[in-house]
Ligand binder design. Sequence first.
Ligand SMILES: [Zn+2]
Length: 316
Amino acid sequence: MADIHRHVRFAAITAALLCFAAGAARAQDKGTLNPHPLPPLAHPDDPATPAKELFGRKTEPVELPSLHTRTIGFYSKGCLAGAQALPVNGSTWQVMRLSRNRNWGHPDLVQFLERLANKAPKTGWHGLLVGDMSQPRGGPMRTGHASHQVGLDADIWLTPMPNRELSRVEREETSATMVVAEDRRDVDPNVWTPAHVAVIRAAAKDPQVARIFVNAAIKKALCRDAGSDRAWLSKVQPWWGHDYHFHVRISCPADSPQCEPQPPRPPGDGCSSKDLDPWFTEAMLHPKPSPFPVKPKPGPKVADLPPACRQVLLAP
Ligand SMILES: [Zn+2]
């Protein structure tokens, strides 16, 4: 029974991650200097309303003193109270795509990013360009990711920070750097540098980091370039997309009893041919398009999320 449960859970996680993989490419979508506020919903109380339409309209975080938790639920099914914003500029980081208003997270995530940004220059990586974190109240997003719902996930561009403050236009319109080679079997040697390895290694070594998602070609390169210091590689999980950015996921915070952790990654560096080869088959590299039209999924409704998320949503 436990096994079945585990299997079902794994399948659910895989399905959730698959969606987020499908959305990952959209993380490259350009932003705009003049975001239009979303039109109000005609029937916001309709229980059939997708939760992403409701959470996607919340522009401010919420403090709920009655709710003794901040992170509520699972990475791909939950929400966030008491979110903090990562300041859009630090000496060694800059937030990209400001129009999306997704630079929110649990205070642990904000602290982690500041910590990593501080360390980055010492590793040879000039500074962090930070992509999506979470919405002000977390929850499902109208575009992009299936995870990033509880304020514990952050995308970091695989483009080093330039030596100057980027303009608003640049933050909306610059594309991140594709580091995977055209044949998808390895990284592009003209783009990949030791500093890429160093910044991912520094992130993985942070005790609060639970896992890091990268494209399989990047995992392969990390396995090759890591040298003898390899324990951190176990946290790095190959996943679809993630060829312009790496995705850092931190563990459930101590102040959040309603946070649902993810099972730990298997021990070992995950670099064996048994681990990596399945990612580089013809079917994986060039998947056949579905013979049926793929309908976009509406995603979870509020009733599908943990009950406390309704409070988070309804609070003024
Ligand atoms: Zn991500």
